[in-house]
Write a protein that binds this ligand. Structure first.
Ligand SMILES: Nc1ncnc2c1ncn2[C@@H]1O[C@H](COP(=O)(O)OP(=O)(O)OP(=O)(O)O)[C@@H](O)[C@H]1O
Length: 222
């Protein structure tokens, strides 16, 4: 699906080092790493949002429909949810269907500010779904949600992936528990500049527990 050959990315200092890997259909990747290490920077590069990362660094991206759930919902506050979804090119009926898929049936006429944080994040997820993504990029989707809302959103994302086995996901998270539930592959970003220290396919459930325990042992993961 994608071949990554990122030579590096610097801001005031080098943030990302060389990153070479692939993303395959059906990959459910959780991207872990210390705070500020460059996880969002990597996600932005993969999404094609970073003008400093050339197209040739993310081979295949132009052929892949990418849905990006940002940390903040980025819905236009003066447009209803339905009108926000229509902006990506779907009809009002399709917008309402996408909202229903994330548990927001009947909310098409609401403004983003009338929603709770968890609902707004689901509305933003509905906008991702509206483009029928082949690759879903999720930047800390469960951050700041209470455990019930976070659990609901996790089940929703699992359901979406189960219903679309060819869809790939890259989910940034600080929580090993999210990785244990959602991932079939782990990326661990660390170092100065940051590189993928692990890129591990998860073939059996114990493996993820062992990997996360080794991070906890060295004080790198919660
Ligand atoms: N647009 C930018 N301009 C300047 N520096 C930036 C920019 N974007 C990111 N950085 C810097 O790059 C580094 C990595 O940031 P990034 O947001 O990618 O980390 P992260 O791993 O996602 O962090 P967190 O886990 O806290 O969300 C940080 O030092 C950050 O300040």
């Amino acid at each position: 699906m994608l071949e990554l050959h990122i030579a590096g990315r610097s801001f005031a200092r080098p943030v990302l080092g060389e990153i070479s890997t692939t993303v395959e259909p059906g990959n459910r990747i959780c991207l872990l790493g210390p705070s500020g290490i460059g996880k969002t920077t990597l996600l932005n590069a993969i999404a094609g949002l970073d003008p400093e990362v050339p197209d040739s660094a993310i081979m295949g991206r132009r052929q892949v429909r990418v849905g990006y759930l940002f940390q903040e919902h980025r819905l236009l506050p003066w447009r209803s949810l339905r009108a926000n979804l229509e902006l990506v090119g779907v009809s009002a009926r399709e917008a309402d269907e996408c909202l229903a898929r994330v548990g927001l049936a009947g909310y098409g006429g609401y403004l983003p500010d009338q929603l709770s944080l968890g609902m707004a994040r689901r509305a933003a997820l509905a906008r991702c779904l509206a483009i029928k993504p082949e690759l879903l990029l999720l930047d800390e989707p469960f951050a700041s949600l209470d455990p019930v809302m976070a659990g609901d959103l996790k089940r929703l994302i699992e359901g979406i992936l189960d219903a679309n086995p060819a869809m790939a996901m890259i989910c940034v998270t600080h929580d090993g528990g999210d990785a244990a539930t959602l991932a079939n592959r782990l990326w661990y970003l660390d170092g100065k500049p940051a590189r993928l220290q692990w890129d591990s396919l998860i073939e059996e459930p114990d493996q993820i527990v062992r990997l996360l325990a080794s991070l906890r042992h060295t004080g790198q993961a919660g």
